[in-house]
Design a protein around this ligand. Structure first.
Ligand SMILES: Nc1ncnc2c1ncn2[C@@H]1O[C@H](COP(=O)(O)OP(=O)(O)O)[C@@H](O)[C@H]1O
Ligand SMILES: O=C(O)[C@@H](O)C(=O)COP(=O)(O)O
Length: 434
């Protein structure tokens, strides 16, 4: 029965945290939404796990919806046996003035009966560090990094306290690096100071060792909040927890679906365009006749498989920032299009999917009817292969809704956060599928 329960505000974040938990000795299952923990007969999919991560698509949802789905996740995790909780958000603190990090943290604290939680977005392995409460992305302050151009959550301040204060009813305080470096006992005492009793406490961390110290100092906190880095300091009951093997074989139909506009993804798209057959989504065509435009993308991908099964086609939305359309419906249209392509392509035989972008991954995995993801081989810090049981219709031609079955297939998926992964990940990730 699991003891650690995590709520991730997007899908790439969920596999990011899960891969860290597996490495720390937790057998971990990612459940897609709260309802995926148990099936219709009440049988739970997580009895054999030590940790469960519920993947939500709540990062940019309306505040009330994000709070509601996070509280439902907490209830599901408690019902599954979890006693300690981890609210996972983005290492670049992706949020708006309204939320959803603050409102969800407030609601979870209230439901758990606690008043204080740490706030730890630092993840040095991916270049995210927090010093004097300011969030850096590699050498740049968050608001000077490409995150200032994010289509959904443009980050225009690097001061975590200033970002969080308008989102929460709790006071926001900082515990600095000097206290962290004084060790776990000193940090624990600082966090227990009555002046922080009611606070969301941003804790500085610039190195992995700082995260281990924070983890040790908060081992008795029923709720911690942060990016996946904070899990570095956890120790699960099963050192050497197994990762699942690939279900597909080299040469099985594969596709890269990219809806991310992040700078790392744009470099990956440029590399992919140089080495893979590729098609950019045409927003005007999708608006004019959605089904016909998706048909076209699917037909292109299938023709690529026929020509060279070793080179996965790349379907992408953004090559350059000038591709971004700032009308409110554009991002939803792109998500819907890539989700439709994914469902049609799996129905047509795709067994290896690399998806770039957190919101995009949420749309794709949901469209595939995936209930749980089991962690497989790592690709890069924060990016992993995972095994998914999809329940899209099985159709020979990938077009016709007749003859649908709900048996499902096992598929290898990698959900790549926008800013994670090396430039050649779209061509190299496949070699990690073992
Ligand atoms: N051309 C475009 N115009 C507007 N929005 C877009 C465009 N292409 C992609 N998007 C949207 O941008 C968002 C990118 O977010 P996400 O998938 O989470 O990527 P990341 O992980 O880089 O943050 C998605 O909602 C996607 O649909
Ligand atoms: O913590 C992180 O940076 C990632 O796990 C994450 O949440 C990424 O989000 P996207 O960049 O939107 O994929």
């Amino acid at each position: 029965m699991p003891t650690l329960g995590a709520i991730a505000d997007d899908f790439t974040g969920a596999t990011d945290l899960a891969t860290m938990l597996v490495a720390r000795g937790y057998r971990t299952v990612v459940a897609v939404g709260s309802d995926s923990i148990a099936d219709e007969s009440g049988r739970t999919a997580v009895d054999d796990a030590d940790a469960v991560v519920i993947a939500l698509k709540s990062r940019t949802a309306p505040v009330a919806e994000a709070v509601g789905s996070s509280l439902a996740a907490l209830r599901a995790l408690r019902a599954a046996g979890c006693r300690r909780f981890y609210f996972k958000y983005c290492s670049t603190f992706d949020s708006t003035a309204e939320g959803n990090i603050g409102p969800v943290a407030d609601a979870l604290l209230n439901a758990i009966g606690e008043r204080r939680a740490v706030v730890v977005p630092s993840f040095p392995a991916t270049g995210r560090t927090v010093y004097r409460g300011r969030l850096f992305v590699h050498d740049e302050l968050l608001d000077e990094s490409p995150m200032r151009h994010h289509p959904l959550t443009p980050m225009r301040d690097a001061h975590v306290g200033r970002l969080l204060t308008p989102q929460t009813t709790h006071p926001v305080r900082l515990v600095g690096l000097d206290t962290v470096r004084a060790g776990a006992a000193a940090l624990s005492a600082a966090l227990d100071d009555p002046s922080l009793a009611d606070a969301l406490v941003v804790v500085d961390a610039t190195e992995d060792e700082d995260l281990r110290t924070i983890s040790a100092a908060t081992a008795h906190h029923p709720l911690v909040t942060g990016a996946a880095g904070l899990a570095l300091g956890l120790t699960g009951p099963r050192p050497g927890a197994a990762r699942v093997a690939a279900v597909s074989r080299p040469g099985d139909p594969a596709v890269v679906l990219s809806g991310s506009a992040s700078s790392a993804t744009r470099a990956q798209v440029a590399h992919g365009r140089a080495h893979l057959p590729h098609r950019k989504l045409d927003l005007a065509a999708l608006r004019a006749d959605f089904d016909a435009a998706v048909d076209d993308l699917v037909a292109f991908a299938r023709s690529c498989w026929e020509q060279d099964p070793q080179r996965p086609p790349l379907l992408y939305a953004v090559g350059d920032l000038s591709d971004l359309d700032d009308s409110p419906a554009a991002s939803a249209l792109v998500e819907r299009a890539l989700a439709a392509c994914a469902a049609r392509l799996v129905a047509a035989g795709a067994r290896r999917l690399l998806v770039a972008g957190g919101e995009t991954s949420g749309a794709v995995v949901t469209a595939l009817g995936v209930r749980t993801l089991t962690i497989g081989s790592p690709i890069a810090p924060g990016v992993t292969w995972a095994r998914a049981q999809v329940t899209v219709p099985t159709q020979d031609d990938g077009h016709n809704a007749n003859g649908r079955t709900e048996d499902g297939h096992l598929v290898d998926v990698a959900l790549k956060s926008g800013n994670f992964g090396a430039t050649d990940i779209f061509t190299e990730a496949w070699s990690a599928l073992v």
